[in-house]
Design a protein around this ligand. Structure first.
Ligand SMILES: [Zn+2]
Length: 305
């Protein structure tokens, strides 16, 4: 093991035994012998303690391309649609809110009276969120103390795949929700068409992602918290540009800046009226892939019993 790296047991079932799956440069993926969960082992210490996101990831989250993408009205469109379909009204906490893109759009939709709060460990990203009028808490979620009324909804948009201990985050979410409150989780789908086509060449198989969920292992994670029951499990998002670029590429890690740039371009395409017929075709494809649980991400909505 390399200095500064930590060895892990399964983040879903806790089993220590695993089988090597593949390596991609410095990243080594294994499959749990107990539950089949795929995860990175070992991982860098700064990823495990969150320091990476406060110090190293800033140039990415605060780059003009990433911000333009995250603050565009079409970004988080699917997340917001899902959220509005289930959210009962009341206080919302966005865990790993970063620069505040989701809550910003939610405030625009629900009005400034919306009771929203963001929490993250990335200081400079939170400065940006606050600058846009979003209330934030600058504390690690697991040790944060929340005052005031319990939350109606807690969201984890693309967060669980970054966490060394996702079960503790799930349990903490259950403890700060009202009875019948909801927890929304979105993670990359390791059974997606993109992963099936590209394997380890897929750009989202990279060191910041340390957990790789399938529908079965996402259910396994949820089952570790008995206070939750699943009210919705689906698959969403499809980006053929990513598949095309990674297909042509050599399978190296894609630089943060290049990932942000492609996201910005995708967002621009989504807003271009000339591309409406293409978009309709893509929407139909995404709908079919979603039904087969082959789209890019998995989403689950949990209710606290
Ligand atoms: Zn396991």
């Amino acid at each position: 093991m390399i200095a500064g790296s930590l060895s892990r047991s399964c983040p879903v079932c806790g089993e220590a035994g695993s089988t090597a799956l593949f390596t991609k440069a410095t990243l080594r993926l294994v499959r749990c012998r107990g539950c089949g969960m795929i995860y990175a082992d070992p991982i860098g210490e700064e990823l495990a303690n969150g320091e990476y996101y406060d110090r190293l990831a800033n140039p990415f989250y605060l780059s003009p391309a990433k911000l333009a993408g995250d603050y565009s009205p079409v970004r988080f469109e699917r997340e917001r649609k899902l959220f509005r379909r289930f959210h009962p009204g009341g206080r919302v906490l966005d865990v790993g809110c970063s620069t505040g893109g989701f809550l910003h759009q939610l405030q625009r939709q629900l009005g400034t009276g919306a009771k929203v709060l963001g929490i993250d460990v990335s200081g400079p990203a939170l400065d940006h969120a606050e600058g846009n009028g979003i209330p934030v808490l600058r504390q690690p979620f697991l040790t944060a103390e929340f005052t005031g009324e319990a939350f109606s909804s807690v969201t984890f948009w693309a967060v669980m795949e970054h966490l060394a201990n996702p079960r503790e985050f799930l349990s903490k979410a259950a403890s700060i929700l009202k009875p019948r409150g909801l927890c929304f989780i979105l993670v990359p789908n390791f059974q997606s068409l993109a992963v099936r086509l590209l394997g380890s060449k897929y750009r989202y198989i990279f060191p910041q992602h340390i957990n790789y969920f399938t529908p079965a292992t996402l259910r396994g994670l949820v089952a570790t918290e008995p206070r939750f029951r699943i009210v919705h499990l689906g698959s969403t998002h499809f980006n053929p540009l990513v598949i095309w670029q990674d297909w042509k590429g050599r399978g190296d890690f894609v630089a943060d800046q290049d990932r942000a740039e492609l996201l910005r371009r995708t967002t621009a395409y989504k807003q271009n009226p000339m591309l409406k017929p293409v978009r309709l075709g893509l929407q139909a494809t995404e709908w079919v892939l979603g039904g087969l649980r082959l789209a890019d991400n998995l989403v689950v909505v949990l209710e606290k019993m």
